[in-house]
Design a protein around this ligand. Sequence first.
Ligand code: SF4
Length: 332
Amino acid sequence: MPAESLFSVRNLTVEYNTRAGVVKAADDVSFDIRREEILGLVGESGCGKSTLGKALMRLHRTPARIAGGELIFDGRDLMQLSEEGMCAVRGAEIGMVFQDPMTSLNPVQRIVEHLVETIQTHEPGTTKEAASVRAAEIAEKLGIRSERLKEYPHQMSGGMRQRVMISLALALRAKLVIADEPTTSLDVIVEAKFLDLLRELRQEFGLTILLITHNIGVVAEVADRVAVMYAARIVEIGDVRDIFASPKHPYTQGLLRSVPNIQLDDASLYKMEGMPPNLLYPPVGCRFHTRCPFAMDICRDKSPEFESVNGDHFAACWLYHPTAVKAETKNG
Ligand code: SF4
């Protein structure tokens, strides 16, 4: 039986009003983040994954707006909360780690001050002393030695700053951390340590993590499940081992074939034909049909619904709708 959902996203649409017209960066997106899982959200740059991550915390800013959908987090629809109500959720219940934590940390504040201030803002009854003790305990668990808490953000490495961001979420006992490209600016050794840390935190604190990345290797390393996004929609979702062993959506197949593999003699890389569509004018039908080697007539007319392709593994592709394939074979 699938684990209980912590966050149910239903029919979420996020639009950008541009001079050229309306761009839907997330278009009718539905998925669940299950309790205590690490869910990887992957896709090419510009597919809408970062917009989606920000929208889950309602952190999008003009000209973006949520045009519709539900964000059911731990039993409440976040869309129904006031901005004040959302401020209480951000940080305390849902933490966010960005690619460059310098943009989130105050450069003239020491790390300990960030932690103490965050705790006291969300828990006004906590004394400065108690907040300092908690800050030191959390930092130690994350491998930040107490003397380093006196440092300013610029004195720390990228990996240490990522740890600080997570410690801010843990200090408030957040249930969910949304990490947007957290390893992009890290070297491979620091990246490996950071991924180990995510696994440990899930284990020790029962943390749920949404890991947004363009790096398939990172997802393979650490995620339990993976959702693949293409042109503002999720096209495949399932257990990470299942999807890596047997990807169903032709886009996911292309994405996995594009990853370098040193075990193969052939050093040439697979290159997917074509480019992602302009989201101002997304193609009718399946959005991948202009690049898909298996496209059928129905793909150019109708958008495919999600279909189970193997238990808990779903893909939005007409190839897995038996009636569609039968009709194509008959017509062809
Ligand atoms: Fe290709 Fe059609 Fe499947 Fe889209 S629905 S991925 S075009 S086969």
